[in-house]
Design a protein around this ligand. Structure first.
Ligand code: CTP
Length: 412
């Protein structure tokens, strides 16, 4: 296969030598196009020696071969690593000032960007918008790895390991966009945290949900290439960067936000702990204790079941028939039934496609950093277990969602 390897002007350029080795050792014909800036980090001699091909980034070299048209046109795959903020911006804007950007405009096969930059640059609204633009055009943009950056700072922005870029590139070249970024081009709405139902201006009925699992899901979905909308009820952790966040307090506010967001979402994940009841009346002033009146009694009324309503709306028309709806169930089990029996009944009752079941005990799940779940499917496939940190559980749930959306069999 013919691969064009664009090298951006970042310190991580030196790691791309290993990536080039992986490509050539796998028998691919690689043409390296380094940007001018990148040659200050790694010289063209290195690329020529390792690829066995001449290297240039000028549209005026070998003009008779019309390289600025030919290379992109002939390539089975174009990989850009490290993809700097500058290169992402130029690619998103369709600029064509050098051989690499010309090649990107001419590429008729898959294109993969492996970004590397400082965390602030990666998280900047301009870069986010450029990444979103590229992904919406079907370009695969990997998430950078997290860890030590050039200086003493660390965070997301490291070039993914050459082996990971190689694996994503091979998957992409074989048309397997699912492996590279299973949720690319998808919009995923995720509710997280716990709703709070006010009693008076200072008090509320709430629950123990910390929002950690919902936030981990949002990060995993974002890393899988999705556009993520996070509907955040009360959370003990901050909303992650790179997701659109809507803050809500009550179940009714969450319902409104969820119905609006679901209208054009491919996936809706209801991981929020939604209060089933709210006080029938909210006092406009603080409820005072008084010796001359009886102690107050709080009457509760039922909140709408948002998950069930989302399923009903989805089932109403053909527009959303492919929408995947995922519920969460926190169960303790009791003398009448075990956790899984209750969860199976809940799955049938709510009609969602997948139900992620937590076993809740006094010290389990809420606020903890680890979790153990069973994923039940309405299609009747075997229950799938996932356990580990909430990040690992989130990755397993998002992988499973990717399999469902892309009709890929999952491994239980
Ligand atoms: N849920 C919802 N709206 C509600 C209550 C719950 O959308 N009013 C969603 C939750 O976000 C979760 C799923 O329904 O995805 C199951 O929540 P859970 O509290 O376990 O179930 P309940 O409906 O409260 O059922 P039960 O009272 O039998 O436990």
């Amino acid at each position: 296969m013919r691969i064009v390897l664009g090298v951006g002007g970042g310190i991580a350029a030196y790691k791309v030598a290993s990536l080039l080795r992986l490509f050539t050792e796998a028998g691919h014909h690689v043409t390296v196009i380094p940007t001018e800036a990148s040659t200050r980090f790694v010289g063209t001699a290195t690329w020529e020696a390792l690829s066995g091909n001449p290297v240039s980034n000028s549209v005026f070299d070998d003009v008779h071969q019309v390289n600025h048209v030919r290379l992109g046109h002939e390539a089975d795959l174009v990989v850009v690593a490290p993809a700097t903020a500058d290169l992402l911006s130029k690619a998103a804007a369709g600029q064509a000032g050098d051989l690499l950007t010309n090649t990107l405009l001419m590429a008729s096969g898959p294109v993969l960007f492996a970004p590397a930059m400082h965390t602030e640059m990666w998280q900047h609204a301009a870069t986010r918008a450029n990444v979103e633009t590229l992904r919406s055009r079907g370009v695969a943009v990997l998430e950078p790895a997290s860890g030590r950056l050039t200086g003493s700072d660390s965070g997301p922005g490291r070039l993914p390991e050459p082996e990971d870029i190689f694996a994503a590139a091979m998957a992409l070249m074989h048309g397997d966009t699912d492996i590279a970024l299973p949720l690319a081009g998808r919009t995923v709405t995720i509710s997280a945290g716990g709703t709070r139902e006010p009693l008076d201006p200072v008090r509320f009925l709430g629950n123990r949900s910390s929002g950690k699992q919902g936030v981990a899901l949002a990060v995993a979905a974002r890393n899988a290439g999705a556009t993520v909308r996070l509907l955040a009820a009360h959370m003990e952790v901050p909303a992650p960067p790179g997701v659109e966040t809507v803050s809500v307090e009550t179940a009714l506010q969450l319902r409104e936000a969820a119905l609006a967001a679901a209208a054009d979402s491919d996936v809706v994940i209801m991981s929020a702990a939604v209060a089933d009841f709210r006080p029938a009346e909210i006092s406009g002033t603080k409820i005072k204790k008084r010796d001359d009146t009886a102690d107050p009694v709080i009457s509760l009324v039922r909140n709408p079941d948002i998950l069930q309503e989302l399923v009903e709306l989805r089932n109403q028309g053909p527009e959303r028939e492919d929408q995947l709806i995922v519920g969460f169930a926190a169960e303790t089990g009791d003398e009448q039934g075990g956790v899984l029996a209750y969860a199976q009944a809940k799955l049938q009752r709510k009609g969602c496609d997948l139900l992620v079941v937590n076993h809740v005990g006094a010290d389990k799940v809420f606020g903890q950093d680890t979790n153990a779940v069973v994923i039940l499917s309405r299609s009747g496939s075997e229950p799938q277990e996932a356990a580990g940190t909430k990040t690992e559980v989130a990755a397993a749930v998002i992988r499973r969602i990717g399999c469902e959306l892309n009709h890929v069999p999952h491994r239980a």
